[in-house]
Every structure is written in structure tokens, then in C-alpha cells.
Design a protein around this ligand. Structure first.
Ligand SMILES: [Zn+2]
Length: 290
């Protein structure tokens, strides 16, 4: 069992931080390939997603380094095993690194013992191949057990799997605490894919149809403008989710490039990783009843 302490109205980021932008790069490549009706991986979708580790992740890494922005890379254990050179470059560049399940399992479909085994298996891959004991986690579609299992069976300091709020909450249980740093569905999966046609492709997370780049840029800018305005009065944050196989494509990567140039012009905008957000929230955030 666990208890949640939400943030108080008095919650503030450190002085000088008006809007933290937390870029989460989902480095998952072909792990979430859509199945064919017979259960076999769709070969076209497999190839489309494989682009993520082969080319897309490298392009995103370059763009972030050209802009001098730090972010969080959420990496599947199996992707790390297949393409270790990408994660090593991410580690060398100093980004925050966190786990994103083993092979992009949808944890909402897993019994608790399987979910625990997959969490432990993923944590071990990072230790073996990167020599890094990860501190953060974003599951693919959390189960009702996810937070409880992370508290009981891991020493992870933050989870970023929920879509339910604008700021972090403190989660307590099993004799310890963890920060929940939520994200939002206005990610590249929502802005980059034409979700008005449910019949094709097989899932909205496939990339067969695409909204035009200016639609995505407008979406990001309006989210930014609203949050930046609000940030003058109270704490806000902007989660910005990009996938290696989606935003890593040239025409979409240009949107990220242009958005970073736009956001960087504003005073008090800070690009940061979830590790630093968790630290700030613990130091300056206030949790509990008003
Ligand atoms: Zn994912």
C-alpha cells in the first residue's frame, strides 16, 4: 500500500527557474512493434520503428547537444542490449538515464510477479552494460500495481509513468518515499500522428500517418506559451516527450530543433533531467494538505 502527498500551492522551483522543460526521449526502437492478427510482429511497423535506434536516436542526441540542453533518456533494457553504442553516447553526453521496461511490455496487462521480474531484469541490464544504477523509471502503460511494486521491490527515487497532474507528488509506502513526476499525452505520439483515422494504422503509436510539422510546432508553442505565462505566478513544468522513431525522423526533428530555439529565448526557461527535477522537488517543493 502507498499514500500520495500532492503538492501544495506554495510549491516553488529554485530561484530563477520559471519554467523547467523536461525532455524525455523514449529510446525504444522496435520493442513496441504492433502485432499482426496472428500475433507475429508486423514487419513494416518493425522496420519503421527500428529507425529509432539506427538513426533517430543519434539525430535527437545531436540536436540536444547543438542546443546545449540536457534531458532524460528512457531506455528499454532490450534496446540497450541491441544498440549499446547509443546509450553509451547518451551517458557520455551527461543526460539523465532511466528505465523504460525491458521490451516495452504493457505493464497494465502483467501480473504483479511478472512486472517485478521485468523491473529487476531491466535495472540489471543498465548495471551490466553501462555500469549505472538507474534512479528513475517510466513504465509503458502503468498497472494499478506499478507504484506499489516500485516502492516495495526497487530503490528507484522517481517514477514518471502517470498522466494525472502538472507537478510532482510524493509517494510513500513500504518504509520509503519516491517522487512521481507526471508527463502528458500531448507528446509526439499525439501531435505527430493522425489519430483521426482509428481504422489504420493498428495503433495511434504507429507512424504511418503524420500530422504536418507546423501542426506539431503550433501544439508545442501553445503549451509552452500557456505554461510560461502561468509560471510567473506559480510553479509549473513542461514535460516534452519525443520518441526515437517518431521525432527522430528528419521532418519531425526539425520541429524539435525549432521549438528549442524558440523556448531558449525566454528568461527562466531551464532544460533539465528528471533527476534534477526530483532533487528540486524534494528541496523546494512542499507536499501534503494545505
Ligand atoms: Zn515507450
Amino acid at each position: 500500500m502507498w499514500n500520495e502527498k500532492g503538492y501544495k500551492k506554495s510549491f516553488r522551483w529554485p530561484d530563477g527557474v520559471r519554467l523547467p522543460i523536461a525532455i524525455s526521449v523514449h529510446h525504444q526502437s522496435e520493442e513496441a512493434t504492433c502485432p499482426m492478427p496472428d500475433g507475429q510482429p508486423d514487419p513494416f511497423d518493425y522496420s519503421e520503428r527500428q529507425y529509432g535506434a539506427r538513426r533517430g536516436a543519434w539525430r535527437l542526441l545531436d540536436i540536444m547537444s547543438e542546443h546545449g540542453v540536457r534531458g532524460t533518456w528512457l531506455i528499454c533494457g532490450a534496446t540497450l542490449e541491441k544498440y549499446p553504442e547509443v546509450s553509451r553516447a547518451v551517458q557520455k553526453a551527461g543526460h539523465c538515464i532511466a528505465g523504460h521496461t525491458y521490451a516495452h511490455e504493457m505493464m497494465c496487462n502483467m501480473p504483479p510477479d511478472t512486472e517485478v521480474a521485468l523491473i529487476k531484469k531491466t535495472v540489471a541490464v543498465f548495471e551490466d552494460l553501462l555500469g549505472e544504477h538507474i534512479r528513475g523509471w517510466r513504465t509503458c502503460f502503468a498497472s494499478h500495481n506499478t507504484l506499489d511494486l516500485l516502492l516495495e521491490h526497487s530503490d528507484l527515487e522517481w517514477d514518471g509513468s502517470m498522466w494525472n497532474d502538472d507537478l510532482p507528488s510524493l509517494i510513500e509506502g513500504h518504509g520509503r518515499e519516491m517522487l512521481e513526476i507526471p508527463f502528458a499525452t500531448y507528446s509526439d505520439t499525439a501531435l505527430g500522428v493522425d489519430i483521426t483515422n482509428p481504422a489504420f494504422p493498428p495503433s495511434r503509436f504507429s507512424t504511418w500517418n503524420a500530422n504536418p510539422p507546423d501542426f506539431m510546432l503550433r501544439g508545442l508553442k501553445s503549451a509552452f506559451d500557456a505554461l510560461y505565462e502561468r509560471g510567473a505566478e506559480r510553479a509549473v513544468m513542461m514535460p516534452l516527450v519525443v520518441h526515437d522513431f517518431i521525432t527522430g525522423r528528419p521532418f519531425r526533428s526539425k520541429v524539435l530543433d525549432e521549438f528549442l530555439s524558440y523556448a531558449k529565448q525566454f528568461d527562466g526557461v531551464v532544460f533539465t533531467g528528471h533527476d534534477e527535477l526530483a532533487r528540486w522537488a524534494k528541496q523546494s517543493g512542499e507536499f501534503g494538505k494545505e
